[in-house]
Design a binder for this molecule. Structure first.
Ligand SMILES: [Zn+2]
Length: 428
């Protein structure tokens, strides 16, 4: 009975859901540098305040990127029930990545076309944020006497590591297990999939050293770029095959990410790139520095110390045989893999709701890249956390990003049923 009423209450809000998503997309919260966080938090404060939530806006002062021009604002909205009970928290990041090239729609127009809403952030993840708000509002109408609490947060900087967003809030105690018992992150993982966690990541910089000299007499110097060439060759010869052989039992999607991976994110060496518009010629020099940034994704079966040691061993191996080879390796940051158990309460409840709404069993997946679950797990010490939301992951960060309206409606129903099950004596 409650299920049918919740579904009807969501359907009745379809236009509201569309408008809400459009208005969120129309606030261009591009990160970096981290624009318009205050504006989107104020928008959410007004919206959720009308729905009876107590809203708290928090600026993550002093976190990476926080400044007078680009303050890191976050909002946490909480609505208490009539009696004590669990708190269900929906966490969405409000930032979006740069627009990039190749759009045929206005990236911040929020245009509706053939059942889809287009725009940067529509899929990742303003559509999910809107679905969770609609789910909560419909639930409050149908089950006004619920027990426990609902929280909805809009947080900064997920696209750049989440330090000014969820990490900061977790440090302030917002995700302590005595305050919040269930966390759902509406990232775009598809409406019929439950994302249990993510692989680990280690970022580092490797620099090779050389000696500058005149480019007409390179034998008088020592080329850091040639040394880096040796590093890249060794990676191809030994490191990539080694990583390809490491497979995980985590249900990572897509299939290619079920192993360890390494991306060389950037390479820089020798003379800097000329300024745009510069019309001169290069000067003849031997490069005395060359640097690569690596992005190594690792598995729950791997140990981060061993992940690092593999790279050091490879570099030491080159040093032992290559004259003049010197290197330096600098850790940038790392995140441990995380995976919530399949029988955790939030997993079982969302799975049951997916079965009711979509008449099928959910798929359980693990994300190839990290998202804010890492901070909720590590800093907040809260294990009962998943990502679940509308949208197709592959569309994130692409031109002409979109989210399907029917998918948002369906996942809002799943979220509302989940609230009923967790906060209303087994729902209906
Ligand atoms: Zn996202």
């Amino acid at each position: 009975m409650t299920d049918a009423r919740l579904s009807a209450a969501i359907e009745a809000r379809r236009d509201d859901l569309i408008r809400l998503t459009q208005e969120l997309v129309q606030i261009p919260t591009i990160n970096p540098p981290g624009r318009r966080y205050h504006e989107i938090c104020s928008y959410l404060e007004a919206r959720l305040g009308r729905a009876g939530f107590d809203c708290k806006m928090t600026r993550a002062v002093g976190t990476p990127g926080d400044s007078h021009d680009y303050p890191r604002w976050n909002i946490v909205a909480r609505r208490e029930g009539k009696s004590p009970g669990d708190c269900v928290h929906f966490n969405s990041h409000t930032d979006v990545v740069e627009v990039g090239h190749g759009w045929t729609f206005d990236p911040f127009g929020g245009e509706v076309h053939e059942g889809r809403i287009y725009g940067r952030g529509s899929c990742d993840m303003k559509g999910g944020l809107a679905a969770s708000i609609i789910a909560a509002e419909a639930f409050l109408e149908v089950c006004p006497d619920f027990g426990g609490a609902i929280e909805i947060s809009g947080t900064a900087d997920e696209e750049t590591g989440g330090f000014g967003g969820v990490a900061y809030l977790a440090e302030q105690g917002f995700f302590d297990p005595d305050k919040v018992q269930h966390v759902i992150i509406p990232e775009p993982l598809n409406k019929d999939r439950i994302c249990l966690g993510h692989r680990g990541v280690w970022w580092a910089e490797i620099e090779t050293k050389g000696r500058i000299a005149h480019g007409s007499m390179p034998f008088l110097g020592d080329s850091a770029i040639r040394h880096m060439g040796a590093v890249l060759e060794e990676m191809e010869r030994t490191l990539y095959p080694l990583l390809a052989g490491k497979r995980t039992d985590m249900p990572v999607v897509p299939e290619g990410a079920k192993q360890s991976t390494l991306n060389i994110n950037a390479i820089h060496g020798g003379e800097p790139e000329p300024e745009p518009g510069f019309t001169g010629f290069p000067a003849a020099c031997v490069a005395d520095r060359c640097r690569i940034t690596i992005d190594r994704r690792f598995l729950i079966e791997e140990d981060v110390a061993e992940v690092k040691a593999e790279v050091s061993r490879m570099l030491d191996g080159i040093k032992a045989t290559r004259p003049g080879f010197e290197y330096e390796i600098k850790d940038l940051w790392e995140v441990r893999p995380t995976m919530t158990e399949r029988d955790a309460p939030v997993v079982k409840t969302v799975a049951g709701a997916i079965e009711k709404v979509l008449a099928r069993q959910p798929d359980y997946v693990v994300s190839p890249g990290t998202y804010d679950q890492k901070h909720i797990d590590r800093i907040g010490r809260l294990k009962n956390c998943i990502a679940y939301g509308p949208g197709i992951l592959d569309l994130a960060h692409q031109p002409d990003e979109w989210v399907g309206i029917d998918d948002m409606v369906d996942s809002a129903k799943v979220m509302a049923l989940t609230l009923a099950e967790l906060l209303c004596d087994g729902g209906g």
